[in-house]
Design a protein around this ligand. Structure first.
Ligand SMILES: Cc1cc2nc3c(=O)[nH]c(=O)nc-3n(C[C@H](O)[C@H](O)[C@H](O)COP(=O)(O)OP(=O)(O)OC[C@H]3O[C@@H](n4cnc5c(N)ncnc54)[C@H](O)[C@@H]3O)c2cc1C
Length: 286
């Protein structure tokens, strides 16, 4: 991902659901934000940034120079990075929105979003990206949990009016459902696990995440779908990816946007290690 550094101000916050906070960011730094435009000439819909958090008591010289920090500061003073989707980019209003899952007191970004006040400064790297719905796809399979919902919702909004989509979104319960903009041909199924993702026990998480059965039970339409599946890594990478690629035979081009966004019981650093181990294991067996 591009290492471009951007600093914006928290303009306002909105509580979207019991477990989701939206922060609007803008200010002078808005002009430095460069959306990623894909081959279609339009911005990708899953743009993400890496928010930079300094350890307690550490401040970095401005403007932030990540290479210099890496080269000169000891490990305990290195920044912590957390990855988030740009849910809205509104050039006319010179602001972007990021939707944060709030998942209790554990972690850095979730608790920060839950308590941050307007006026605070946010520094992030990016954006990077990789997906925009293909208007030529015969149909779309779109799946997420709460963490993947901002990118899924942005993708749904970008579907052409005549698009056909099957959409499965797993959330804690009815009060976590969000209004979505979608074409008439999008069949949206909300799947309730009955608990916030971080608190759910093994019977309804990971290999047993209810969205897996919901997707497996769905009828398959003619033609190869374009697939977008983003969410908890065990459900996505070990279950749904296998289903789509191996059992349904969707090729790499159409199934290019299948991504674990977080991992139960692991911080983002621990999750990155999990992904690296998975890649190594898969390379050894392929
Ligand atoms: C490309 C990309 C885009 C993403 N976009 C978004 C987004 O728009 N909104 C969003 O909320 N997340 C998004 N995520 C996921 C987010 O980066 C992770 O959830 C991240 O771990 C949160 O950091 P944290 O500091 O809150 O918790 P961490 O310090 O990473 O983890 C602390 C604990 O919280 C748990 N935890 C982390 N995330 C969740 C969660 N979502 N639900 C329940 N428990 C959790 C961990 O398993 C761990 O036990 C995205 C991830 C990627 C890779």
């Amino acid at each position: 991902m591009a290492k471009r550094v951007n600093t914006m101000t928290v303009l306002r916050r909105e509580r979207l659901t019991p477990h989701m906070i939206r922060l609007w960011l803008g200010g002078a730094g808005f002009d430095d934000f460069l959306p990623v435009v894909g081959e279609s000439g339009l911005p990708d819909t899953d743009m993400y940034v890496k928010i930079v958090f300094a350890p307690e008591g550490v401040t970095y010289p401005q403007p932030l120079d990540m290479e210099a920090i890496k080269a000169t500061l000891p490990p305990e003073q290195q920044p912590v990075l957390r990855t988030y989707t740009v849910r809205h980019h509104r050039p006319d209003d010179r602001e972007i929105a990021i939707d944060f899952v709030v998942h209790g007191e554990e972690g850095i970004a979730g608790p920060w979003a839950d308590r941050v006040e307007p006026g605070e400064t946010v520094t992030f790297l990016g954006p990077g990206s990789g997906y925009r719905p293909d208007p030529e796809a015969p149909w779309h399979l779109m799946v997420s949990d709460e963490a993947g919902l901002p990118a899924l919702a942005a993708g749904l909004e970008a579907l052409p009016d005549d698009a056909i989509a099957k959409v499965f979104i797993e959330v804690a319960g009815e009060s976590d459902e969000l209004p979505l903009t979608a074409p008439a041909g999008a069949e949206i199924t909300w799947v309730h696990r009955g608990a916030p993702a971080g608190d759910a026990d093994d019977a309804v998480a990971g290999d047993n995440a209810p969205v897996i059965d919901a997707v497996r039970a769905a009828s398959w339409l003619p033609g190869e779908p374009q697939v977008f599946i983003h969410g908890e890594a065990q459900a996505v990478m070990k279950n749904l990816r296998r289903y789509v690629r191996k059992e349904r035979g969707v090729g790499a081009r159409r199934a290019g946007s299948i991504s674990g966004y977080w991992r139960r019981g692991r911080t983002e650093e621990g999750f990155r290690q999990w992904k690296a181990d998975l890649r190594t294991a898969e390379a050894a067996t392929s």
